[in-house]
Design a protein around this ligand. Sequence first.
Ligand code: SF4
Ligand code: SF4
Length: 97
Amino acid sequence: MTDQPEAVESEAAAARGAPRRSAAIAVDLDQCKACGICIELCPKDVFDRDEKGYPLVARPEDCTICRFCEQHCPDFAIEVAELPGERGADHEAEGGA
Ligand code: SF4
Ligand code: SF4
């Protein structure tokens, strides 16, 4: 997935020990048509597909906030927000010094 520079950068930051950002991913099922684009495009496999084809936010902790899903949803049914605060502080402590 080398064509997704933001995701790569986020992972690179994580690899350097930088705090990772937490994401809130909201899918508006009233707008969603279950096309599956977001599920297919997500480089981190954040979504599962339910029995009707709708995306389920199964692994939000893996989201890098690349916003591919949000930008490519034809129905504007996804909103990705960065939560305040940081995660990975425990890893930072382990890898610090
Ligand atoms: S890309 Fe948008 S419309 Fe398609 S499944 Fe995902 S949320 Fe639903
Ligand atoms: S912003 Fe969307 S496409 Fe990017 S990692 Fe998060 S859930 Fe996946």
